[in-house]
Ligand binder design. Sequence first.
Ligand SMILES: Cc1cc2nc3c(=O)[nH]c(=O)nc-3n(C[C@H](O)[C@H](O)[C@H](O)COP(=O)(O)OP(=O)(O)OC[C@H]3O[C@@H](n4cnc5c(N)ncnc54)[C@H](O)[C@@H]3O)c2cc1C
Length: 405
Amino acid sequence: YHLHIHSLLFIQTVLHISIFNSLLTAAHGLSDEQREFQKVAFDFAANEMAPYMAEWDHKEIFPVETMRKAAQLGFGGIYVQPEVGGSGLSRLDTSVIFEALSTGCVSTTAYISIHNMCAWMIDTFGNTEQREKYCPDLCSMEKFASYCLTEPGSGSDAASLLTTAQLKGDHYILNGSKAFISGGGDTDVYVVMCRTGGKGAKGISCLVVEKGTPGLSFGKKEKKVGWNSQPTRAVIFEDCAVPVANRLGEEGQGFTIAMKGLNGGRINIASCSLGAAHACVQLARDHLLVRKQFGETLSNNQYLQFRLAEMATKLVASRLLVREAATALQENRPDAVSLCSMAKLFVTDECFNICNQALQMHGGYGYLKDYAVQQFVRDIRVHQILEGTNEVMRMIISRSLLTES
Ligand SMILES: Cc1cc2nc3c(=O)[nH]c(=O)nc-3n(C[C@H](O)[C@H](O)[C@H](O)COP(=O)(O)OP(=O)(O)OC[C@H]3O[C@@H](n4cnc5c(N)ncnc54)[C@H](O)[C@@H]3O)c2cc1C
Protein backbone atom coordinates (compact mmCIF):
# COMPACT_ATOMS: atom_id res chain seq x y z
CA TYR A 1 0.00 0.00 0.00
CA HIS A 2 2.74 2.35 1.02
CA LEU A 3 4.66 1.64 -2.14
CA HIS A 4 1.54 2.16 -4.20
CA ILE A 5 0.86 5.58 -2.70
CA HIS A 6 4.46 6.45 -3.18
CA SER A 7 4.34 5.36 -6.80
CA LEU A 8 1.40 7.64 -7.43
CA LEU A 9 3.27 10.53 -5.91
CA PHE A 10 6.25 9.62 -7.98
CA ILE A 11 4.26 9.59 -11.23
CA GLN A 12 3.06 13.09 -10.43
CA THR A 13 6.61 14.12 -9.78
CA VAL A 14 7.86 12.87 -13.11
CA LEU A 15 4.95 14.42 -15.00
CA HIS A 16 5.66 17.62 -13.17
CA ILE A 17 9.24 17.53 -14.36
CA SER A 18 8.24 16.92 -17.93
CA ILE A 19 5.58 19.56 -18.14
CA PHE A 20 6.44 22.40 -15.83
CA ASN A 21 10.08 22.86 -15.09
CA SER A 22 11.79 24.05 -18.24
CA LEU A 23 15.13 24.39 -16.48
CA LEU A 24 15.13 20.74 -15.57
CA THR A 25 13.54 19.29 -18.70
CA ALA A 26 16.35 20.75 -20.74
CA ALA A 27 14.42 21.08 -23.95
CA HIS A 28 16.48 24.19 -24.70
CA GLY A 29 18.45 23.92 -27.88
CA LEU A 30 16.51 20.88 -29.06
CA SER A 31 14.66 20.77 -32.37
CA ASP A 32 10.89 20.36 -32.48
CA GLU A 33 11.36 16.72 -33.41
CA GLN A 34 13.73 16.15 -30.48
CA ARG A 35 11.25 17.77 -28.11
CA GLU A 36 8.59 15.43 -29.45
CA PHE A 37 10.43 12.20 -28.73
CA GLN A 38 11.75 13.62 -25.47
CA LYS A 39 8.12 14.03 -24.44
CA VAL A 40 7.28 10.51 -25.62
CA ALA A 41 10.17 9.16 -23.51
CA PHE A 42 9.20 11.20 -20.43
CA ASP A 43 5.61 9.99 -20.74
CA PHE A 44 6.75 6.40 -21.13
CA ALA A 45 8.97 6.78 -18.05
CA ALA A 46 6.13 8.25 -16.01
CA ASN A 47 3.41 5.84 -17.09
CA GLU A 48 5.15 2.57 -17.87
CA MET A 49 8.23 2.58 -15.65
CA ALA A 50 8.05 4.86 -12.58
CA PRO A 51 5.02 3.09 -11.07
CA TYR A 52 6.91 -0.22 -11.15
CA MET A 53 10.54 0.70 -10.56
CA ALA A 54 10.45 -0.09 -6.82
CA GLU A 55 8.77 -3.45 -7.43
CA TRP A 56 11.19 -4.42 -10.22
CA ASP A 57 14.03 -3.57 -7.85
CA HIS A 58 12.59 -5.39 -4.86
CA LYS A 59 11.51 -8.54 -6.75
CA GLU A 60 14.42 -8.40 -9.21
CA ILE A 61 12.12 -8.49 -12.24
CA PHE A 62 13.60 -8.08 -15.74
CA PRO A 63 10.66 -6.21 -17.35
CA VAL A 64 10.73 -7.84 -20.77
CA GLU A 65 7.25 -6.77 -21.85
CA THR A 66 7.82 -3.15 -20.81
CA MET A 67 11.04 -3.08 -22.79
CA ARG A 68 9.21 -4.48 -25.83
CA LYS A 69 6.71 -1.65 -25.47
CA ALA A 70 9.63 0.79 -25.39
CA ALA A 71 10.93 -0.89 -28.55
CA GLN A 72 7.59 -0.19 -30.25
CA LEU A 73 8.41 3.48 -29.74
CA GLY A 74 11.74 2.92 -31.50
CA PHE A 75 13.91 2.67 -28.37
CA GLY A 76 15.30 -0.83 -29.06
CA GLY A 77 17.65 0.32 -31.82
CA ILE A 78 17.72 4.09 -31.48
CA TYR A 79 20.94 4.66 -33.42
CA VAL A 80 20.67 1.57 -35.63
CA GLN A 81 19.95 2.19 -39.31
CA PRO A 82 16.31 2.06 -40.43
CA GLU A 83 16.81 -0.57 -43.18
CA VAL A 84 17.41 -3.22 -40.49
CA GLY A 85 14.66 -1.99 -38.16
CA GLY A 86 16.44 0.79 -36.27
CA SER A 87 15.29 4.35 -35.66
CA GLY A 88 18.30 5.93 -37.37
CA LEU A 89 18.55 8.72 -34.80
CA SER A 90 21.67 10.63 -33.73
CA ARG A 91 23.78 10.21 -30.58
CA LEU A 92 22.31 13.43 -29.21
CA ASP A 93 18.78 12.15 -29.84
CA THR A 94 19.76 8.93 -28.07
CA SER A 95 21.06 10.83 -25.05
CA VAL A 96 17.86 12.86 -24.79
CA ILE A 97 15.81 9.63 -24.84
CA PHE A 98 17.93 7.78 -22.25
CA GLU A 99 17.94 10.76 -19.90
CA ALA A 100 14.14 10.94 -20.06
CA LEU A 101 13.59 7.18 -19.68
CA SER A 102 15.91 7.03 -16.67
CA THR A 103 13.65 9.34 -14.68
CA GLY A 104 11.30 6.31 -14.61
CA CYS A 105 13.84 3.53 -13.93
CA VAL A 106 17.61 3.84 -14.23
CA SER A 107 18.34 0.13 -14.11
CA THR A 108 15.93 -0.82 -16.91
CA THR A 109 17.05 2.10 -19.07
CA ALA A 110 20.70 1.25 -18.53
CA TYR A 111 20.05 -2.30 -19.75
CA ILE A 112 18.21 -0.90 -22.80
CA SER A 113 21.28 1.25 -23.45
CA ILE A 114 23.60 -1.80 -23.42
CA HIS A 115 21.20 -3.61 -25.74
CA ASN A 116 21.26 -0.60 -28.10
CA MET A 117 25.07 -0.60 -28.03
CA CYS A 118 25.19 -4.28 -29.07
CA ALA A 119 22.64 -3.75 -31.85
CA TRP A 120 24.70 -0.80 -33.12
CA MET A 121 27.89 -2.90 -33.10
CA ILE A 122 26.24 -5.59 -35.25
CA ASP A 123 24.70 -2.96 -37.55
CA THR A 124 28.00 -1.10 -37.96
CA PHE A 125 30.56 -3.91 -38.14
CA GLY A 126 28.40 -6.78 -39.38
CA ASN A 127 28.02 -7.79 -43.02
CA THR A 128 24.64 -7.64 -44.76
CA GLU A 129 23.77 -11.20 -43.75
CA GLN A 130 24.60 -10.62 -40.08
CA ARG A 131 22.78 -7.30 -39.97
CA GLU A 132 19.67 -8.77 -41.55
CA LYS A 133 19.78 -11.84 -39.32
CA TYR A 134 20.16 -10.07 -35.96
CA CYS A 135 19.23 -6.39 -36.08
CA PRO A 136 15.46 -6.52 -36.77
CA ASP A 137 14.79 -8.85 -33.80
CA LEU A 138 17.05 -6.76 -31.57
CA CYS A 139 15.41 -3.48 -32.59
CA SER A 140 11.96 -4.87 -31.77
CA MET A 141 13.43 -6.41 -28.60
CA GLU A 142 11.97 -9.73 -29.66
CA LYS A 143 15.52 -10.77 -28.79
CA PHE A 144 17.81 -9.21 -26.17
CA ALA A 145 21.56 -8.70 -26.35
CA SER A 146 24.53 -8.73 -23.96
CA TYR A 147 28.00 -7.23 -24.28
CA CYS A 148 30.76 -9.61 -23.13
CA LEU A 149 34.18 -8.07 -22.55
CA THR A 150 35.06 -8.31 -18.82
CA GLU A 151 36.56 -11.51 -17.39
CA PRO A 152 37.34 -12.52 -13.81
CA GLY A 153 41.03 -11.71 -14.36
CA SER A 154 40.64 -8.85 -16.82
CA GLY A 155 38.60 -5.77 -15.89
CA SER A 156 40.22 -2.38 -16.37
CA ASP A 157 42.97 -4.09 -18.37
CA ALA A 158 40.41 -5.43 -20.83
CA ALA A 159 42.94 -6.14 -23.58
CA SER A 160 44.48 -8.87 -21.40
CA LEU A 161 41.39 -11.07 -21.78
CA LEU A 162 41.98 -14.84 -21.94
CA THR A 163 38.84 -16.37 -23.48
CA THR A 164 40.17 -18.24 -26.49
CA ALA A 165 38.55 -18.90 -29.86
CA GLN A 166 40.41 -21.58 -31.80
CA LEU A 167 39.67 -21.94 -35.48
CA LYS A 168 38.59 -25.49 -36.44
CA GLY A 169 37.18 -25.77 -39.95
CA ASP A 170 34.32 -23.30 -40.28
CA HIS A 171 33.87 -22.87 -36.52
CA TYR A 172 35.67 -21.18 -33.64
CA ILE A 173 35.88 -23.27 -30.46
CA LEU A 174 35.47 -20.95 -27.46
CA ASN A 175 36.85 -21.63 -23.99
CA GLY A 176 36.89 -19.24 -21.04
CA SER A 177 34.51 -17.14 -19.02
CA LYS A 178 33.13 -13.62 -18.88
CA ALA A 179 32.24 -11.89 -15.60
CA PHE A 180 29.50 -9.39 -14.70
CA ILE A 181 27.54 -9.72 -17.94
CA SER A 182 24.44 -7.51 -17.92
CA GLY A 183 21.40 -9.49 -19.02
CA GLY A 184 23.53 -12.67 -18.93
CA GLY A 185 21.43 -15.84 -18.91
CA ASP A 186 18.21 -14.03 -19.82
CA THR A 187 19.36 -12.61 -23.15
CA ASP A 188 19.53 -14.27 -26.56
CA VAL A 189 22.50 -12.74 -28.39
CA TYR A 190 26.00 -12.43 -26.86
CA VAL A 191 28.53 -10.10 -28.46
CA VAL A 192 31.75 -11.70 -27.24
CA MET A 193 35.31 -10.39 -27.33
CA CYS A 194 37.73 -13.35 -27.45
CA ARG A 195 41.31 -14.15 -28.38
CA THR A 196 41.95 -15.56 -31.85
CA GLY A 197 45.55 -14.37 -32.05
CA GLY A 198 48.51 -13.41 -29.86
CA LYS A 199 48.67 -11.26 -26.72
CA GLY A 200 47.26 -7.75 -26.47
CA ALA A 201 44.48 -5.86 -28.21
CA LYS A 202 45.41 -6.96 -31.73
CA GLY A 203 44.80 -10.65 -30.94
CA ILE A 204 41.14 -10.06 -30.08
CA SER A 205 38.13 -10.78 -32.32
CA CYS A 206 34.42 -10.21 -31.86
CA LEU A 207 31.91 -13.08 -32.24
CA VAL A 208 28.14 -13.22 -31.96
CA VAL A 209 27.14 -16.23 -29.86
CA GLU A 210 23.52 -17.32 -29.68
CA LYS A 211 21.84 -18.64 -26.55
CA GLY A 212 21.34 -22.38 -26.85
CA THR A 213 24.73 -22.99 -28.48
CA PRO A 214 26.14 -26.19 -26.90
CA GLY A 215 28.98 -25.31 -24.49
CA LEU A 216 27.47 -21.93 -23.51
CA SER A 217 26.32 -21.71 -19.88
CA PHE A 218 25.82 -19.13 -17.14
CA GLY A 219 26.86 -18.53 -13.54
CA LYS A 220 24.51 -17.77 -10.66
CA LYS A 221 22.57 -14.50 -10.68
CA GLU A 222 24.67 -11.93 -8.79
CA LYS A 223 23.18 -10.12 -5.76
CA LYS A 224 23.73 -6.41 -6.38
CA VAL A 225 23.43 -3.05 -4.58
CA GLY A 226 21.36 -1.68 -7.48
CA TRP A 227 20.59 -2.39 -11.13
CA ASN A 228 18.24 -5.06 -9.80
CA SER A 229 15.76 -4.98 -12.68
CA GLN A 230 18.38 -6.66 -14.86
CA PRO A 231 20.23 -9.88 -14.13
CA THR A 232 24.04 -10.00 -14.02
CA ARG A 233 25.74 -13.37 -14.51
CA ALA A 234 29.01 -14.92 -15.59
CA VAL A 235 28.94 -16.29 -19.14
CA ILE A 236 30.90 -19.52 -19.54
CA PHE A 237 32.25 -21.17 -22.70
CA GLU A 238 33.30 -24.83 -22.68
CA ASP A 239 34.24 -26.08 -26.14
CA CYS A 240 31.51 -23.84 -27.47
CA ALA A 241 31.48 -24.04 -31.29
CA VAL A 242 30.52 -20.78 -33.03
CA PRO A 243 30.34 -20.48 -36.83
CA VAL A 244 33.04 -18.32 -38.42
CA ALA A 245 30.11 -16.61 -40.17
CA ASN A 246 29.28 -15.06 -36.76
CA ARG A 247 32.50 -13.04 -36.59
CA LEU A 248 31.96 -9.26 -36.74
CA GLY A 249 34.65 -7.62 -38.87
CA GLU A 250 38.06 -9.19 -39.39
CA GLU A 251 40.14 -11.30 -37.01
CA GLY A 252 42.03 -8.93 -34.72
CA GLN A 253 39.48 -6.14 -35.06
CA GLY A 254 37.50 -7.14 -31.97
CA PHE A 255 39.04 -4.77 -29.46
CA THR A 256 38.53 -1.78 -31.75
CA ILE A 257 34.89 -2.80 -32.23
CA ALA A 258 34.48 -3.18 -28.46
CA MET A 259 35.93 0.29 -27.78
CA LYS A 260 33.89 1.95 -30.54
CA GLY A 261 30.78 0.46 -28.98
CA LEU A 262 31.81 1.83 -25.59
CA ASN A 263 32.28 5.41 -26.82
CA GLY A 264 28.54 5.58 -27.40
CA GLY A 265 27.92 3.40 -24.36
CA ARG A 266 29.65 5.95 -22.15
CA ILE A 267 27.44 8.78 -23.39
CA ASN A 268 24.42 6.57 -22.86
CA ILE A 269 25.35 5.57 -19.33
CA ALA A 270 26.13 9.22 -18.48
CA SER A 271 22.68 10.09 -19.85
CA CYS A 272 21.14 7.52 -17.50
CA SER A 273 22.92 9.27 -14.61
CA LEU A 274 21.53 12.60 -15.85
CA GLY A 275 17.99 11.22 -15.73
CA ALA A 276 18.52 10.04 -12.16
CA ALA A 277 19.93 13.42 -11.07
CA HIS A 278 17.13 15.16 -12.90
CA ALA A 279 14.51 13.14 -10.99
CA CYS A 280 16.34 13.55 -7.67
CA VAL A 281 16.60 17.35 -7.91
CA GLN A 282 12.87 17.41 -8.41
CA LEU A 283 12.24 14.99 -5.54
CA ALA A 284 14.46 17.06 -3.23
CA ARG A 285 12.72 20.27 -4.27
CA ASP A 286 9.31 18.77 -3.57
CA HIS A 287 10.45 17.45 -0.19
CA LEU A 288 11.94 20.78 0.90
CA LEU A 289 8.67 22.51 0.02
CA VAL A 290 6.55 20.31 2.29
CA ARG A 291 8.81 19.17 5.16
CA LYS A 292 8.65 21.45 8.21
CA GLN A 293 11.33 21.67 10.89
CA PHE A 294 12.07 24.49 13.36
CA GLY A 295 8.62 25.94 12.62
CA GLU A 296 8.99 26.45 8.87
CA THR A 297 9.44 24.50 5.68
CA LEU A 298 12.97 23.37 4.89
CA SER A 299 12.73 25.38 1.66
CA ASN A 300 13.06 28.54 3.79
CA ASN A 301 16.51 27.46 4.96
CA GLN A 302 19.21 29.25 3.00
CA TYR A 303 21.80 26.48 3.40
CA LEU A 304 19.39 24.02 1.78
CA GLN A 305 18.37 26.57 -0.87
CA PHE A 306 22.03 26.99 -1.81
CA ARG A 307 22.62 23.26 -1.93
CA LEU A 308 19.58 22.84 -4.18
CA ALA A 309 20.86 25.61 -6.45
CA GLU A 310 24.25 23.87 -6.70
CA MET A 311 22.60 20.56 -7.53
CA ALA A 312 20.57 22.12 -10.34
CA THR A 313 23.63 23.98 -11.66
CA LYS A 314 25.72 20.80 -11.73
CA LEU A 315 22.90 18.96 -13.44
CA VAL A 316 22.70 21.53 -16.21
CA ALA A 317 26.52 21.63 -16.59
CA SER A 318 26.58 17.82 -16.78
CA ARG A 319 23.92 17.80 -19.45
CA LEU A 320 25.84 20.30 -21.57
CA LEU A 321 28.93 18.09 -21.44
CA VAL A 322 26.98 14.95 -22.40
CA ARG A 323 25.40 16.74 -25.33
CA GLU A 324 28.75 18.15 -26.47
CA ALA A 325 30.27 14.64 -26.39
CA ALA A 326 27.27 13.19 -28.23
CA THR A 327 27.61 15.79 -30.97
CA ALA A 328 31.37 15.20 -31.25
CA LEU A 329 30.81 11.45 -31.63
CA GLN A 330 28.07 11.99 -34.18
CA GLU A 331 30.38 14.22 -36.23
CA ASN A 332 33.27 11.80 -35.78
CA ARG A 333 35.44 14.63 -34.43
CA PRO A 334 39.01 13.88 -33.34
CA ASP A 335 38.21 14.92 -29.76
CA ALA A 336 35.19 12.58 -29.58
CA VAL A 337 36.84 9.74 -27.62
CA SER A 338 38.19 12.12 -24.97
CA LEU A 339 34.89 13.98 -24.74
CA CYS A 340 32.96 10.72 -24.29
CA SER A 341 35.36 9.77 -21.48
CA MET A 342 35.11 13.25 -19.92
CA ALA A 343 31.32 13.07 -20.04
CA LYS A 344 31.31 9.63 -18.43
CA LEU A 345 33.79 10.67 -15.72
CA PHE A 346 32.34 14.06 -14.86
CA VAL A 347 28.66 13.28 -15.24
CA THR A 348 28.51 9.93 -13.46
CA ASP A 349 30.46 11.42 -10.52
CA GLU A 350 28.51 14.69 -10.35
CA CYS A 351 25.12 13.05 -10.78
CA PHE A 352 25.90 10.51 -8.08
CA ASN A 353 26.72 13.40 -5.75
CA ILE A 354 23.49 15.19 -6.71
CA CYS A 355 21.39 12.10 -5.96
CA ASN A 356 23.24 11.47 -2.71
CA GLN A 357 22.69 15.09 -1.66
CA ALA A 358 19.00 14.72 -2.52
CA LEU A 359 18.88 11.69 -0.24
CA GLN A 360 20.52 13.74 2.53
CA MET A 361 17.86 16.42 2.12
CA HIS A 362 15.19 13.79 2.76
CA GLY A 363 16.75 13.04 6.15
CA GLY A 364 15.76 9.62 7.52
CA TYR A 365 12.99 9.28 4.95
CA GLY A 366 15.63 9.26 2.24
CA TYR A 367 16.97 6.02 3.67
CA LEU A 368 13.58 4.29 3.45
CA LYS A 369 12.69 2.19 0.45
CA ASP A 370 9.26 3.89 0.35
CA TYR A 371 11.06 6.88 -1.14
CA ALA A 372 12.46 6.66 -4.66
CA VAL A 373 15.57 8.75 -3.95
CA GLN A 374 17.51 5.84 -2.42
CA GLN A 375 16.93 3.69 -5.49
CA PHE A 376 18.35 6.35 -7.78
CA VAL A 377 21.43 6.52 -5.54
CA ARG A 378 21.85 2.73 -5.55
CA ASP A 379 21.20 2.40 -9.27
CA ILE A 380 23.65 5.03 -10.50
CA ARG A 381 26.52 4.12 -8.18
CA VAL A 382 27.68 1.47 -10.63
CA HIS A 383 27.92 3.99 -13.49
CA GLN A 384 31.17 5.17 -11.90
CA ILE A 385 32.50 1.60 -12.20
CA LEU A 386 31.35 -0.01 -15.44
CA GLU A 387 31.91 0.67 -19.15
CA GLY A 388 35.42 1.60 -18.00
CA THR A 389 35.90 2.82 -14.43
CA ASN A 390 36.23 6.55 -13.86
CA GLU A 391 39.94 5.96 -13.20
CA VAL A 392 40.21 4.42 -16.68
CA MET A 393 38.41 7.52 -18.05
CA ARG A 394 41.20 9.63 -16.53
CA MET A 395 43.77 7.39 -18.23
CA ILE A 396 42.11 7.87 -21.65
CA ILE A 397 41.81 11.65 -21.25
CA SER A 398 45.36 12.19 -19.99
CA ARG A 399 46.81 9.87 -22.64
CA SER A 400 45.24 11.93 -25.37
CA LEU A 401 46.39 15.20 -23.74
CA LEU A 402 49.96 13.99 -23.37
CA THR A 403 50.45 12.19 -26.66
CA GLU A 404 48.62 14.32 -29.21
CA SER A 405 50.27 17.52 -30.37
C1 LIG B 1 26.55 -4.42 -12.33
C2 LIG B 1 27.67 -4.57 -13.32
C3 LIG B 1 27.36 -4.80 -14.65
C4 LIG B 1 28.38 -4.96 -15.58
N1 LIG B 1 28.06 -5.25 -16.88
C5 LIG B 1 29.05 -5.58 -17.75
C6 LIG B 1 28.73 -6.04 -19.07
O1 LIG B 1 27.55 -6.10 -19.46
N2 LIG B 1 29.73 -6.43 -19.88
C7 LIG B 1 31.03 -6.36 -19.49
O2 LIG B 1 31.89 -6.73 -20.30
N3 LIG B 1 31.37 -5.93 -18.26
C8 LIG B 1 30.42 -5.54 -17.37
N4 LIG B 1 30.75 -5.12 -16.11
C9 LIG B 1 32.14 -5.14 -15.69
C10 LIG B 1 32.75 -3.75 -15.51
O3 LIG B 1 32.96 -3.17 -16.75
C11 LIG B 1 34.05 -3.95 -14.69
O4 LIG B 1 33.67 -4.27 -13.38
C12 LIG B 1 34.93 -2.71 -14.72
O5 LIG B 1 35.46 -2.51 -16.01
C13 LIG B 1 36.07 -2.77 -13.70
O6 LIG B 1 36.77 -3.96 -13.77
P1 LIG B 1 37.05 -4.80 -12.42
O7 LIG B 1 35.75 -4.96 -11.73
O8 LIG B 1 37.80 -6.02 -12.78
O9 LIG B 1 37.95 -3.84 -11.53
P2 LIG B 1 39.55 -3.70 -11.57
O10 LIG B 1 40.01 -3.52 -12.96
O11 LIG B 1 40.12 -4.80 -10.78
O12 LIG B 1 39.76 -2.34 -10.80
C14 LIG B 1 39.69 -2.20 -9.37
C15 LIG B 1 39.94 -0.73 -9.03
O13 LIG B 1 41.29 -0.38 -9.39
C16 LIG B 1 41.26 0.73 -10.28
N5 LIG B 1 42.35 0.59 -11.25
C17 LIG B 1 42.66 -0.50 -12.00
N6 LIG B 1 43.73 -0.23 -12.77
C18 LIG B 1 44.09 1.05 -12.51
C19 LIG B 1 45.12 1.90 -12.99
N7 LIG B 1 46.00 1.52 -13.92
N8 LIG B 1 45.18 3.15 -12.49
C20 LIG B 1 44.30 3.58 -11.56
N9 LIG B 1 43.31 2.82 -11.07
C21 LIG B 1 43.20 1.57 -11.54
C22 LIG B 1 39.89 0.65 -10.96
O14 LIG B 1 39.52 1.91 -11.50
C23 LIG B 1 39.02 0.22 -9.80
O15 LIG B 1 38.69 1.33 -9.02
C24 LIG B 1 29.73 -4.88 -15.16
C25 LIG B 1 30.02 -4.62 -13.82
C26 LIG B 1 29.01 -4.46 -12.90
C27 LIG B 1 29.37 -4.21 -11.46
